[in-house]
Design a protein around this ligand. Structure first.
Ligand SMILES: *Cc1c(COP(=O)(O)O)cnc(C)c1O
Length: 383
């Protein structure tokens, strides 16, 4: 059995660098799972959090409101497409998914519709680690297969990728859709499922198909969950954003109609201040252009790896670069070589991938992709 290497103690972070306790500095290829999109310790976010810390680190959200939360909710509603405007804050992506699922269930109950208590999700999906979220993850390939017996059974179906897939999905919904409360899907990419990018048609056909299926299966996706990069990698925060139509189903004189969820740290002002500062940066600085530039760099730098023995696929979408391998028995060897090469890259499943901070500079990005191709080349030779 391969020995699991112990975690590396980190002393500090800055920009796209991780400083280890022994003084070594690693170029971060992961941005702490997408969160540090502006790089670590961005001065604008630090200043906003420090100012909020002086004024009010936290106050309960039950019966009280705070300005950073209201401002953030308004801004998120402004950014998201139109019917999505009603924001519910929590503290992690998994909880945001729990809330979305609960909203969908209670939406139907509040309209007097009984029996819609299951969800449709897709093979390869990952939606979080709490119980309801685990139940909509891929039950076989996912990391929660151990718990299968304890989880509610959902409808897990192949992700439609073409006309035939969409037709199969429609047929499935027509046959089995009567107990479906909602369909849950990761936009653009299945992350923890192995960085699998949706073909562009998938979401479009899914949406079109669901609209058609609405009369027969009564499923319409109109809840969005946000977390990972929401605070620019500083604080735990998530949002579940619903359309007006969903929101209105919870407005009633009947107290039982209210959404039955109230996290203690809901709308934490410190986290909301950080998220507002992060949105400032998206407005003021050219993040989308930076993502496009990273995409161009990754595409050119990783492409040669496609020729290596043992490399199954090389793919790039936005600031995500992936090298898929045919054999991960030497994953610990790979992890150690990356650290030796001065970069922080965490292979998992059958992939080596990078999701760097959007602010990573050209020199660090070059060192990162050089290390990536060097280590994978060495792996390919020795396999
Ligand atoms: C990260 C992630 C989650 C879980 O978020 P946590 O904050 O780790 O609970 C859920 N769904 C998707 C698609 C994710 O990428």
């Amino acid at each position: 059995m391969a020995t699991v290497s112990p975690p590396l103690p980190v002393a500090a972070t800055r920009g796209s660098r991780i400083v280890l306790a022994d003084g070594r500095e690693l170029i971060d290829g992961i941005a702490s799972w997408w969160t540090a999109c502006h790089g670590y310790n961005h001065p604008h976010i630090r200043a906003a959090v420090a100012e909020q810390l002086d004024r009010m680190p936290h106050v309960m959200f039950g019966g009280l409101a705070n300005e950073p939360a209201l401002r953030l909710a308004r801004r998120l509603a402004g950014i998201l497409p139109d019917p999505l405007g009603r924001v519910f804050f929590s503290e992690s992506g998994s909880v945001a998914v729990e809330i979305a699922l609960k909203m969908a269930l209670q939406y139907w109950l509040n309209q007097g519709v009984r029996g819609r208590h299951r969800f449709v999700s897709f093979q390869g999906a990952y939606h979080g680690d709490t119980f309801a979220a685990m139940s909509v993850c891929d039950p076989e390939e996912g990391m929660h297969s151990l718990f299968a017996g304890a989880l509610p059974k959902q409808h897990v179906v192949p992700l439609p990728e073409d006309e035939a897939g969409m037709a199969a999905f429609d047929t499935y919904l027509a046959r089995h859709g009567e107990d479906v409360a909602a369909v849950i899907v990761e936009p653009l990419v299945q992350g923890a499922g192995g960085m699998r990018f949706h073909v562009p048609e998938t979401l479009r056909t899914l949406r079109a198909g669901l609209r058609q299926a609405r009369s027969s299966a009564q499923v319409v996706p109109d809840i969005v969950t946000l977390s990972k990069a929401l605070t620019g990698g500083t604080m735990a925060l998530a949002a579940t954003v619903a359309s007006d139509r969903v929101f209105e189903a919870f407005l009633s004189d009947d107290a039982d109609a209210a959404l039955m969820h109230g996290p203690t740290f809901m709308a934490n002002p410190l986290a909301c201040a950080a998220a507002n500062a992060s949105l400032d940066l998206f407005e003021r600085e050219p993040r989308l252009a930076q993502a496009r530039a990273i995409e161009g760099h990754l595409a050119a730098a990783l492409e040669p790896a496609r020729e290596l023995r043992g490399v199954v696929d090389v793919r790039v979408k936005g600031a995500i670069g992936v090298i898929q391998l045919d054999d991960m028995r030497r994953i610990d060897w790979l992890k150690a070589r990356f650290v030796d090469a001065g970069v922080w890259v965490r292979p998992f499943a059958d992939i080596v991938y990078v999701t760097p901070a959007l602010t990573i500079d050209e020199a660090d990005l070059t060192r990162l992709t050089d290390a990536l191709t060097d280590v994978v080349t060495a792996w390919s030779r020795e396999r």
